[in-house]
Design a protein around this ligand. Structure first.
Ligand code: KE4
Length: 431
């Protein structure tokens, strides 16, 4: 493969965009490579501006669970676009979208649309503070909830990838209102609540961590969070921006049978367009302006194009009978195949998988259940693995601390091919 055009494009982009990208993880910094610039995507295939083709397992960091440029979604967007692109006034698209989300996620009785996952989580914690009259928020080291100030404290995703878990520009006052616990460690949560439980408005948690790599909740962890928040009168917020609609129609809360007070959504619900959402019980959501005192707004919230894509996406999901069984079947084949390749080559690694999200950690730890264990991974080894994988025509996350996503459009043949290339890459690493 040659990347001449991407190299030139990146040079040009860096003259006018900080780091040449509009989101840091796209810069391929932690894998020490020039990022590839994408020309187009169709189904499971991405094509870059040099004409290289890749089987895509990043899916735009999760949203494209039906693959790129799906005809049904394109038709919905173009039909909406013929009538206009934005009105700053209510449309029936938004009501339809809200009804679909409420139908699929039972804990959500009312939902507010926004334009990104960050907006959803920022708004959800403001609402929790408004509803409880408390100021502190508890999050987990290694969880990433977008780039809102309150969250850039020991954050995951790009913040870990680039070694910037605590960003300059976040004031001491803000940082003081964010308390940090250890994921999968209920004792660390209890200790904080014993000390300041009555000041804590909410716990926000990735019900399955996707931003320190995939780290599932250990047995009883989510239930424990539910019990503790109930005991202290705090709210439990599930950040389902990744897991929403991916793990089940009702997301992680359906998958694990734990009901949060508020849920934040993003990625998949936009069908690839900018959409975020947050929702929960009526008594909480009705605290929001214009009926309640908690203010939150957005010029492009509920944008008709984004809503039409989201409606098409969720409707397709509802109508595809074998959707989740197929995602599970294909992901299980991929996981088993990589396990086999690790055993055959003797390369040390841990695979964490929940449904169609998974991560191969290059660590000799027996398991990865927390940020500390995830951080034992050999990021240099991951970088070499990423380079070989990319050059074999397979596109995965350019960071050890992210997930690989299986989509409904990946074929068994593609997965077989990926496993063959994975074996070659692991053999190289084992030398
Ligand atoms: P956005 O503001 O990027 O739409 O969503 C923020 C967000 C919130 N919550 C969770 C659990 C998330 O994973 C995210 C964003 N995810 C990262 C990748 N894991 C987005 C990729 C990027 O930053 O470019």
């Amino acid at each position: 493969m040659q990347f001449t055009k991407s190299i030139d494009a990146f040079k040009k982009a860096q003259q006018v965009i900080p780091g040449g990208v509009n989101s840091p993880v796209r810069a391929f910094k932690s894998v020490n490579l020039n990022p590839v610039f994408i020309q187009k995507g169709k189904g499971s295939i991405l094509t870059d501006i040099d004409g290289n083709q890749y089987i895509d397992f990043l899916a735009s960091w999760g949203p494209l669970i039906f693959g790129h440029a799906h005809d049904t979604i394109l038709a919905a967007i173009s039909e909406a676009a013929q009538k206009g692109t934005s009105y700053g006034a209510p449309t029936e698209y938004e009501t339809k979208m809200a009804e679909l989300i409420i139908e699929m996620v039972p804990s959500i009785e009312k939902v507010r649309m926004v334009s990104s996952g960050t907006e959803a989580t920022m708004s959800a914690i403001r609402l929790a503070r408004g509803f409880t009259g408390r100021e502190a928020i508890l999050k987990f080291a290694g969880n990433y909830h977008g780039h809102g100030d309150s969250f850039l404290i020991q954050a995951g995703s790009g913040a870990i990838t680039l070694g910037l878990p605590n960003s300059p520009g976040v004031t001491l006052g803000t940082a003081r209102d964010t308390v940090i616990a250890e994921y999968n460690n209920l004792d660390s949560v209890r200790a904080i609540f014993r000390e300041k439980g009555h000041e804590i408005a909410a716990i926000i948690v990735e019900a399955v961590s996707g931003n320190m790599g995939c780290v599932p909740p250990s047995e009883g962890f989510l239930q424990g969070l539910k019990d503790i928040t109930k005991e202290y009168g705090a709210l439990l917020i599930f950040d389902e921006v990744i897991t929403g609609f991916r793990l089940a129609k009702g997301g992680a809360q359906e998958y694990y049978g734990i009901t949060p007070d508020l849920t934040t959504l993003g990625k998949i619900i936009g069908g690839g367009l900018p959409v975020g959402a947050y929702g929960g019980r009526k008594e909480i959501m009705d605290m929001l302006a214009p009926i309640g005192p908690v203010y939150q707004a957005g010029t492009l919230s509920g944008n008709p194009l984004a809503m039409s894509a989201g409606i098409a996406m969720l409707t397709m999901m509802k109508d595809t009978v074998d959707f989740y069984p197929e995602l599970e079947r294909k992901a299980a084949i991929l996981e088993a195949g990589i396990h086999k390749n690790l055993a055959e080559t003797g390369v040390k690694g841990v695979i964490n998988r929940v449904g169609s999200m998974m991560t191969l950690f290059f660590t000799d730890q027996a398991q990865v259940t927390s940020l500390n264990e995830a951080m034992t991974s050999d990021t240099e080894k991951y970088a070499s693995f990423f380079k070989m994988t990319l050059e074999s025509g397979i596109y995965i996350a350019p960071s050890q601390f992210e997930c690989l996503f299986i989509s409904y459009v990946h074929t068994d043949k593609e997965i077989e091919h990926v496993l063959a290339e994975n074996l070659k890459a692991l053999k190289q690493l084992s030398k």
